[in-house]
Design a binder for this molecule. Sequence first.
Ligand code: GLN
Ligand code: ZN
Length: 771
Amino acid sequence: MTHDATRLPTTILGYPRIGPRRELKKALEALWAGRASVEETEAAAAELRARTRRRLNALGLPAHDASIPSASSYYDQVLDAAVAVGAVPARFADVVGADGRVDLQGYSTIARGRGEDAPLEMTKWFDSNYHYLVPEIGPDTAFRLADDRAVREFAEGLADGFLTRPVLVGPVTFLLLSKPADGAPAGFAPLSRLADLVPVYAELLRALAAAGATWVQLDEPALVSDVLTADTAAVAAAVRQAYGALTAVEGRPSLLVAAPYGDLGEFLPVLAGTDVEALALDLVRGAVPAGPVPGLETKAVLGGVVDGHNVWRADLAAALAKLEALRPLARSVAAGTSTSLLHVPHDTADEPQLPERLRGWLAFADQKVAEVVALAAALEDPAGAAGALQASAQARRDRLGAEGVVVPAVRERLGGLSAADFARSDYAVRRAAQDGVLDLPPLPTTTIGSFPQTAEIRRARAAWAKGELPDDGYTAAMRAEIDRVIALQEELGLDVLVHGEPERNDMVQYFAELLDGFAVTANGWVQSYGSRCVRPPILWGDVTRPAPMTVDWSTYAASRTAKPVKGMLTGPVTILAWSFVRDDQPLGDTARQVALALRDEIADLEAAGIGIIQVDEPALRELLPLKAADQPAYLDWSVGSFRLATSGAADTTQVHTHLCYSEFGEVIGAIDGLDADVTSIEAARSRMEVVPEIAAAGFARGIGPGVYDIHSPRVPSAEEVEELVRLAAASIPERNLWINPDCGLKTRGYAETEASLRNLIAATRAVRASR
Ligand code: GLN
Ligand code: ZN
């Protein structure tokens, strides 16, 4: 087929990279464990790429017109870009080979760190649960084309009979996502290096053209983020400069600039004003422009109408209407996904255990490809595609009317809520009541909930799930672990104990399995970062709690000690954030349903004598919308749902919450709004940086800034912990200060946990004694 730069192929912006059975994860972890060679790992990855090309082709993406993206990665696409342009931090300079290349071992070292050399920092990728590695760029970073993997993989596809479309992180986004390298002068902005970076991209484009590439996709999602583009004029100038230079490259491939994860806003006319051939717009989070956009009429536009974020079948008629609305504004319109399909599992056919009816409402990556193909057919010939449109409408109707999707009792309870259901007594009243019943020392010590998950615990849980271990054997195994954890905490001298969460595979999935309205998948893995995958539950219906979920474990633990034991729940926002949620009602309604189930659980815990209950909300900041304008509404429903969950608690019940990140800036008011009696946060890693900020914000309830960084096996000395406690005590009144680690201990081993907690207690005692 001859190349036509005025029309885009039907396509998707990207596809899951880890493999339907996590093949890439297994291959990488074998390499890292020394069980496989670089060659074996690369062969496994190449086989997965080949399978992906065939699969996409079988689903209807043509083999020969750049319709199939070439978008694999061994770890992360931003790291790929950093390595490709030679942006390897100085501490890893030795992983660059004599030939100037970084092999898979070296690449893994940059991603994962070694000894004292910290890996690149990891950060959330836009509003998804994927995390990318942050490049470090300084004034002297020597950009050069250091890695041509994109070219090699394109050539690999071609040799296999597929003319694919290489996908790269675009140069503006690359620099906007980077941070200044160590030693860069104050105020240095990586974007200031654009003029040096663009020639490397130009060289890469020439190499891809020489290899035969007709289209190249450059992802520029940074342009949809208010935060990253705060300096609008500078970013607009950067876009013009970068794409002015890249479109001037002699003999280059046609360029598709993709802007997933939101609306381009004022950057749409900027991009439309460049000479790139095509733009991909996110029409799920963003909107079809209301009227003509200067320059857009010269572009081929990919209408991203199939949602790359969720797992529901599209409303094809609505999607088609958006594409039709776009038609008069663009030179040509093609159907596509709003984002890469990286964020959804492979195939609903891999979930035979799901109820047939529910499965019929779902679209994972493969089903979404089929939807894009159906839309493309509908654009050509609406009448011919009537069948697909009808089936899509039918699936949505079926879902709306299905049992469990709308549970009248849940709707009535939500409808009957009033302001009083979201508020507890004044903090002063609660504080007095709690001080009266809880006999806690000054600077009370506690942990965040989980204790190390040993191989034994995991084995027992897995055996029970498979039906190989009977219920009573499982209960006995978990109780034995609770006994150990309680005895250890007593021996260490902690003040508020936990049961250790041995029964929880995951802090969200555990609750999803026990609540009605959720389904869990067998193979629905999505990449979280590197080789790490998560399997989000699917929240499909109105949420109810058929039975208490945590009361037996908590009361058993409490029966083993005279000290208070904290009940442990996951909050509504985190449950939503780490699930695939229904798209047929506002998130706030869904969150309030989950909140009511938790509210009932709290009542049951109280009735069983549990006087301290922690409701974890580590994802509160994660769901914060990218656009400042959308943030107040989010904070309103998210904070509201936490309060709905917790405000049924008696004055004497001490409600804790835990948030595990240390950048509070935009959510500090929200944390205060949660109105928890005690809030634990991550702080050790940043050496208490947040504490003065929190004090300055007037936060006047209990607060436990972490004094033990649990992200590494390192054991902090008692002196080190003491210093952190004193730093915290400098800004927080002693009566409000709690002493705890940064986060749960489930990823740690027992040896380092014990030693660290021993030092934490010794430090606390030293500070108490010196008062
Ligand atoms: N209670 C949970 C634990 O300790 C909290 C985990 C989290 O914050 N991510 O594991
Ligand atoms: Zn945490």
